[in-house]
Design a protein around this ligand. Sequence first.
Ligand code: IVH
Length: 677
Amino acid sequence: MASDIEKRIEELREIISDHDYCYYVLADPVISDSEYDKLYKELEKLENENPQLITPDSPTRRVGKDLTKVFNPVTHKVPMLSLANSYNEEAVVDFDRRVKELLPDNEKVEYVVELKIDGASVSLNYVNGVLKTAATRGDGTVGEEITNNVKTIRSVPLKLKMTKSIKYSMNDFEVRGEIFMRINDFLELNREREEAGEKLFANPRNSTAGTLKLQDPKTVAKRKLNIFLYSLISLEDELKAQEENLLLLKELGFKINPKYKVCKNIEEVLEVCRAFEKIRDNLEYEVDGAVIKVNSIIQQKILGSIAKSPRWAVAYKFKAKQAFTKVKNITWQVGRTGAVTPVAELEAVFLAGSTISRATLHNIDEIRRKDIRTGDKVVIEKGGDVIPKVVSVILDERPLNTMKTDPPEECPVCNSKIVKLENEVALYCENPECPAQIKGRLIHFASRGAMDIEGLGEALIELFVENGFLKTFTDIYELKKRRNELIQIERLGEKSVDNLLQSIEKSKSQPFHKVLFALGIRYVGAGAAKKLTGHFGSVNKMISATEKQISEIHEIGPSISKSLKQFFSQKHSLEIIEKLKAEGLIFSSEKRKINNSLLTGKTIVLTGTLTLFSRDEAGEKIIALGGKVSSSVSKKTDYVVYGENAGSKLIKAKDIGVKLIDEKEFLKLLKEYLQND
Ligand code: IVH
């Protein structure tokens, strides 16, 4: 029998959830803030006095105290697809034609047109009506678990309202939607960040994605994230139409975007798209297009998907937004390859979700073609992810005394001579010691797709280069000798220095193809690096290959082979490689050593929170060393790799005498075996 306290707790939770629903989902509060606070405090008090009655779906549990140290991988039960884009009305008509071709003759097709919200997609899993996990899209198959952060979003129900009229069982299902930040909340956040001297977010989408990956849910809770759900995926229950799906979501207490329209034919779809494009500037949130979906789920199933996008839906992207502004100055920026590119410094304007104060001008030919000058009034444009660009100059409004723009003769950073290579429009600073190039190379080296050194971002690299701590790639691995100097730096402190040094050590286990990419050899992108390492297997073989041998590799063109050969023919490059090898970086993908590693043929169990690796990463490495990962500890287990807060598996392993390896030892082991001679 439930006690009176238990009943009151239950009742309060329901009342509070109902008020959250009215306030955050319907935007129609029915009680005052102080009345709400009173109820909340009563619940908090009862729960504090009776901690055994606390449940994770209680409204008081929205904001957790614990930091999310690792965002664990989550495999989506149904892949999260993306949408093919169409940029004009003809493409939408083509989409309709393709849909009809694939369906039985003369079958009527209804469409649902929704706004395409520009945020971060998310999948929420509800089990027996309670939010269990929330995950990012990731690569569409595996995302990252962000439950603690999503729970802080007040328009996300922790527990669903299962009214009698809902005829589905709803035991276990996922809902998909878009988390976003309203433009005003984004602007306010940036104002606060500016005051605090913090880096500004470029647009509401970036601030949403950044917020969802914060470790502290308390900070996330302050950021005012919001959500619109657009799809319920249930493996148990069959829905008949997308509209029914939206209505069911609404009935369950989810926030859906109310502006969707059901259309009888493609002409109606186009009208809705045009109407959406007209209202986009009046919305409180950013949208980058419309999503057109075949309404009937049976028809959706017949149409199916190709690769990563469904044949039954398409995105209609809105035109790039334009704005007028003034060119304050034209400056020249030096990249990591020494390429000197012009940038227009603009009078700040707000455009498509962000404040723009710079635009790329590509190269001197582009400047001459458009005759862009300092002082000009210009039209700028920004579409989706694209870096803003200057579309044209308003010549009628050109002030007197403007001057044609000339390219610099000297590098704006190091004053070395500037050269123009044959057959190229780009200009180059010839000095490899130019600080701008040094910084650019280091930023690339440490970046996510390369050595993935967490914490070593642009600002820190800049600081370290200026302090003389960093110049070459090897200096990064020598930073550990300067720990005492580093912790003296005001912004850093002991903990962040140690975290940084740890991620530097961890980067030594990056595979050969990432190391090759990290070197920043011209034209050798991530894809080419993978092909080259896959073909040659070791850096020594790559060095001794002729240009012809390199260019014979499938999909490796002449510019890559020429550039690679040129790189390896320089003494300086070979020295860099030798030094990095000595530091323990991997320059071989051959499995030779791996066949007799400590883990070869062994069964390993991972347990506890790993802080240096994600579970997936650790698993991949074990497999690379010839081991097998298992989820439960038994007599057959050879090793247990344990992280923080390991529980029952660690205890069992101790009991039955399985060898234990902590995370640091595990990293040491990886380095020992995954590196090359
Ligand atoms: S439907 C298979 N509907 O746009 C269906 N997506 O590439 C795929 N998005 O990141 C998604 N608003 O999160 C759909 N009303 C909407 C949407 C929407 C925004 C996002 C989605 C994904 C991208 C599609």
